[in-house]
Ligand binder design. Structure first.
Ligand SMILES: Nc1ncnc2c1ncn2[C@@H]1O[C@H](COP(=O)(O)OP(=O)(O)OP(=O)(O)O)[C@@H](O)[C@H]1O
Ligand SMILES: [Mg+2]
Length: 214
């Protein structure tokens, strides 16, 4: 039915807010599924392990990009499209914009090429709504490390890398203000959930009027 993605730097509150939004939507009577990238379906989760394993320090940036895309190609076909076809609201933790921010803006691959690759991997599927949680990089990393002891391969990147990711996200959001809603990740969990609910309610109302065809 509708496809909502959550984006933001490490520790910005994506997983926390997806959980809260799912509870809210289920209470309002929508059928939802929660999923994530990389991963989200059995084969894609195997690719996730490769991508995030801190032991894979030698992974080339091109390999990394292609593995993210491979994970997405599988995940979209295994899980996201079937759920949308059944009329579910799909909530996805990271999607195309992560690839553009991390592999494009931060690693330096051509943004035009990434946009084409993203489109290919996702079979043309684009989110109906994207919530971008913006947060100071240092604070986000601190939050993420407090939550989980072991850092994954991407979290181990230098602060300068994460700054580029954040700048990238802000540039992407500026280009697509209709789809991407920027929310300040410094606010309380509850305030953020309330703000997200306003955007989602609006989107669901419109979706009711023009049913998605996919
Ligand atoms: N608004 C908030 N204020 C303070 N702490 C928060 C807020 N939202 C989330 N947190 C806490 O910050 C930590 C990181 O949150 P969360 O795991 O939701 O972020 P994330 O964006 O999913 O991180 P990652 O990029 O590592 O997956 C958690 O311990 C969470 O409880
Ligand atoms: Mg998370």
């Amino acid at each position: 039915m509708i496809f909502i993605t959550f984006e933001g730097p490490e520790g910005s509150g994506k997983t926390t807010q997806i959980d809260k939004l799912q509870k809210y939507l289920n209470k309002t009577g929508f059928t939802t599924i929660k999923t994530r990238e990389p991963g989200g379906s059995p084969i894609a989760e195997k690719i996730r392990e490769l991508l995030l394993d801190p032991a894979n320090k030698e992974m080339a940036a091109a390999t990394e990009l292609l593995l993210y895309l491979a994970s997405r190609a599988q995940h979209v076909r295994d899980k996201i499209l079937p759920a949308l076809k059944k009329g579910k609201v799909v909530l996805c933790d990271r999607f195309n914009d992560s690839t553009l921010a991390y592999q494009g803006y931060a690693r330096g691959f051509s943004k035009e090429i990434i946009e084409k690759f993203n489109n290919f991997a996702a079979g043309g599927l684009k989110p109906d709504l994207t919530i971008y949680l913006d947060l100071d990089v240092k604070l986000g990393l601190k939050r993420a490390h407090k939550r989980a002891g072991k850092k994954d391969r991407l979290e181990l990147e230098k602060k300068a890398f994460h700054e580029k990711v954040r700048k990238g996200y802000l540039a992407i959001a500026k280009k697509e203000p209709g789809r991407i809603k920027i929310i300040d990740g410094l606010a309380s969990r509850e305030e953020i959930t309330d703000k997200i609910a306003v955007f989602v309610d609006r989107k669901l109302k419109n979706a009711g009027k023009n049913s998605r065809t996919c």
